[in-house]
Design a protein around this ligand. Sequence first.
Ligand code: SF4
Length: 336
Amino acid sequence: MSVTDTSPTAAGETSAPLLEISNLAKHFEMRAGALKLTRLVLKAVDDVSFSLQRGETLCLVGESGCGKSTVGKLILRLMEPSAGAIRIDGDDVTHAGGAALRQFRRRVQMIFQDPFASLNPHLNAGTIVGEPLENYNLYNARERREQVAALFARVGLRPEAAAKFPFEFSGGQRQRIGIARALALSPDLIVADEPVSALDVSVQAQVLNLLVDLRDQLGLAYLFISHDLGVVEHIAHRVAVMYLGRIVEIGDKRTIFSRAQHPYTQALIAAAPVADPRVKRDAIVIEGDVPSPLDPPKGCAFHTRCPFAFARCSQETPLLTRRGDGHLAACHLDMP
Ligand code: SF4
């Protein structure tokens, strides 16, 4: 069982979390061999625990295939977890169905990676943004139009854009439509899965700044999934690093970027481009590919790539242990 992180708010205080994830797991059973007699278990997410405060941004980072998007889908209840619990304001919604799930979905919305694929090409932008209000039977037709106009203004789109179709917008404008749709039901939490990675670099900063402004104005919490450490440094309050389905380090952004304890985190940060040429980062290089999650290494799952691995690492799985205030890492070493 992993240690549940303590979660200071953006203001540095600790309060009851908006979202609490405890020992969450998603395992897929597979059959291998000519007669499909060999049973394999793929642990896409394993024993993941964290909490999220109102107004806070927790970034989930790691290489592709590390399980970060699966965590997002589990929280959105797009997948059933194999184990663990999801609580919002203390209410257990892990297996909620019917009206309780519908209510939960009002409070937790999503922004997708690909702003084009996520918008119905046959509907105009106004209809797309107003659809959640219609689905939840909120407001009459005139009020809905007013709400949609207000949402367009909030994300920096002109009111006349409501009559246009997705193909008539740029990538950045399409992502603004996706953001407006996510805001329509006034959620408390938005799960954003690589929301700027499909955009031109010049547009990424504009969309990121919009997300930061909306968070600060509306008190939104974000679970922000990204492989881009530059983006994470811009938006995160806290950072959780995943490797082969598990969180290997979690802490506030400043601590993670300046005093990371896990060699994997250190390597990710060392590999990230730095905008300021005066900033030097120690070069920790990891080699090789991520091992197959169907046959993860015994002991520390990172030991096959870790430059600091020693005998114990291949025998014993390191647990998340406290390294400071709200800072946890899963490594047998105690880094300075
Ligand atoms: Fe490296 Fe060992 Fe720490 Fe794993 S436990 S990260 S292999 S030093």
